[in-house]
Design a protein around this ligand. Structure first.
Ligand code: ATP
Ligand code: MG
Length: 250
């Protein structure tokens, strides 16, 4: 079980997460939607401790971290939680001077201290899995955006995290490249990978999510199945947000 309780995060005087609580079962897909600035990226970044929350707790399996007194955060647990999460970024964030293979090997060798041999073997398997078996030796600038993002997914999986986090994985892509990335994510969902996905792709969200949360102003406004949240939202604000999205799509 993954659990977040009463998570708060401010930047200077601006409170961006105002008490987020959620539970998420292993093997399931949680999709996070909501207006720009509602705190979606911040929530993901707190999840893998790219940002340290101000208070609240995060639990992934046996690893529990309480941020109430952040001066006393046990480093061992911080590293453990980081290892249990893998992030796929909106802008890929690949190392430009490394090949696709090198990018997928890097974390395994430096963080996990795997032998190069072992890292190479898993990296090749993962590149194959995302449909890039023939691009192992290509550098990022030789790859399309969709291909780079699929390398990003292989890299996030290479350290074998318990949870994969995606921050708008297709929003930097040309429309014709979106499908190939969503297909890989759907395949991972079908294989039972635990995922938290921030996206504006509503059809994809409806398709892949077990649970959707709709964030607004640092709170969770709606939480439920895709049917509940997308078709029968309870709050007026949620209906407005969804109508606006639908309006844009037409
Ligand atoms: N490092 C930071 N320093 C200061 N303010 C920040 C920082 N990161 C985010 N913010 C602010 O926090 C708020 C929430 O940002 P966040 O990126 O989490 O929103 P979001 O829901 O991901 O939006 P979008 O859909 O545009 O990506 C915004 O007002 C943003 O300006
Ligand atoms: Mg964002």
């Amino acid at each position: 079980m993954i659990e977040i309780q009463d998570l708060h995060k401010s930047f200077g005087g601006l409170e961006v997460l105002k008490g987020i609580s959620l539970k998420h079962a292993h093997g399931k897909v949680l999709v996070v939607i909501g207006p720009s600035g509602s705190g979606k990226t911040t929530l993901l970044r707190c999840f893998n401790l790219l940002e340290i929350p101000d208070r609240g707790t995060i639990t992934v399996g046996e690893t529990e971290l309480d941020f109430t007194d952040s001066r006393k955060l046990p480093l061992g647990k911080v590293l453990e939680l980081r290892r249990k999460t893998g992030m796929v970024f909106q802008s890929y964030n690949l190392f430009p001077h490394m090949t696709a293979l090198g990018n997928v090997m890097e974390g395994q060798v430096t963080v996990q201290k795997r032998s190069r041999e072992e890292a190479r073997k898993l990296a090749l398997e993962l590149l194959e899995k995302v449909g890039l078996g023939d691009k192992a030796d290509a550098y990022p600038h030789q790859l399309s955006g969709g291909q780079q993002q699929r390398v990003g997914i292989a890299r996030a999986m290479a350290t074998q995290p318990e949870v994969l986090l995606f921050d708008e994985p297709t929003s930097a892509l040309d429309p014709e490249l979106v499908g190939e990335v969503l297909k890989v994510i759907k395949q991972l969902a079908a294989e039972g990978m635990t995922m938290v996905i921030v996206t504006h792709e509503m059809k994809f969200a409806a398709d892949v999510a077990d649970t959707i949360i709709l964030m607004d102003g640092g709170h969770i406004l709606e939480q439920g199945t895709p049917e509940e949240v997308l078709k029968h939202p309870r709050s007026q604000r949620a209906r407005q947000f969804l109508n606006r999205l639908n309006g844009e799509e037409e």
